[in-house]
Design a protein around this ligand. Structure first.
Ligand SMILES: Nc1nc2c(c(=O)[nH]1)N[C@H]1C(S)=C(S)[C@@H](COP(=O)(O)O)O[C@H]1N2
Ligand SMILES: [Mo]
Length: 299
């Protein structure tokens, strides 16, 4: 594993022991002791204490289930997440309708403890389990003309009150530039705290792009398309002035209606000070993806 996990893996002492063992087993079982040693050596100085599962699953944005922060927890229980099929199409060698198991077969599931920063200026720390999106893309074979990856969420009106209420246009869609999608920080998450990802958090599979605002991390993915044009994205279509395609976390580019310089850590307590928001949410290793780009114009 050549990649350095700056800011991502916490020391064992902040990870509950059962999860730590679980991670060791996952790593040892799939990639051997070399990977285990690399992961151990990569423990960064930055101690991220994950939010509790209660915090992570009771303060959500998931407009298919309503616009309130507790609507997803209240309403997502009836969502049908099995069987699950993902259409892979566009500029790929092996297009098709994959079952979730087939798409992930043979790939390494890892634990990644990431900061999560919503554009609304709240944040959490979430211990995801998932595979690198790059592994999935390499498996289906990206063709040379592809420049972007487009994603689509399931539309399940029977179980989704927000879809029936038409609160925003559905399906929810998102997209990444191909190099962003291939970056090793970019995950397709299938779990949190070592358990299958809860419905309100994006079951059975959702994107996690830790250096971008949370709305890029699309939930309940049923379609992944390799395309050569920048794909439409839900919040950009709704309000292009407020939500750009890139949406990299950037404390120097304010939202038109609020500052992005600081954030409120969910679960930090009533009297906790706001914390400074970091460029790229602290994931400086992605800076090279944007070299030469004006990040104020391409916000
Ligand atoms: N399909 C879908 N994906 C979505 C959303 C949504 O409304 N629908 N909300 C986004 C927003 S704004 C955020 S901040 C994150 C929230 O993820 P969380 O609820 O797991 O914290 O999901 C993103 N993915
Ligand atoms: Mo968000």
């Amino acid at each position: 594993m050549a990649y350095r996990w700056k800011n991502d893996l916490t020391p064992a002492h902040v990870t509950p022991k059962a999860l730590w063992l679980n991670r060791r087993q996952l790593i040892a079982g799939t990639a051997g002791l070399g990977a285990l040693a690399a992961a151990g050596a990569a423990h960064a100085a930055d101690d991220l204490t994950p939010n509790t599962i209660e915090e992570i699953t009771n303060y959500n944005n998931y407009y298919e289930f309503g616009t309130g922060k507790t609507d997803p927890a209240a309403n997502a229980g009836a969502m049908v997440t099995s069987p699950w099929s993902i259409k892979v199409d566009g500029m790929v060698d092996k297009p098709g309708d994959y079952s979730l198991a087939d798409l992930l077969d043979g790939l390494t599931t890892e634990e990644r403890i990431y900061r999560f920063r919503c554009v609304e200026a709240w944040s959490m720390v979430i211990p995801w389990n998932g595979v690198e999106l790059a592994d999935v893309l390499n498996k289906v074979g990206v063709q040379s003309g592809a420049k972007y990856v487009a994603f689509e969420t399931i539309v399940q009106p029977e179980t989704m009150p927000g879809v029936r209420g038409n609160v925003i246009p559905f399906p929810y869609v998102e997209g990444l530039r191909l190099d962003e999608a291939m970056h090793p920080l970019t995950l397709l998450a299938t779990g949190i705290y070592g358990n299958p990802i809860p419905n309100q958090s994006g079951a059975p599979i959702r994107l996690v792009v830790p250096w971008k605002y949370g709305f890029k991390s699309i939930k309940a993915i049923v379609r992944i398309s390799l395309v050569d044009q920048e794909p439409p994205t839900t919040w950009n279509k709704l309000n292009a002035r407020e939500y750009g395609f890139y949406s990299n976390v950037n404390p120097t580019v304010d939202h038109p209606r609020w500052s992005q310089a600081t954030e409120r850590l969910v679960g930090g307590g009533l009297f906790a000070a706001r914390q400074d928001t970091l460029m790229f949410n602290g994931y400086d290793e992605v800076a090279g993806l944007y070299e030469g780009m004006d990040l104020k114009a391409n916000f």
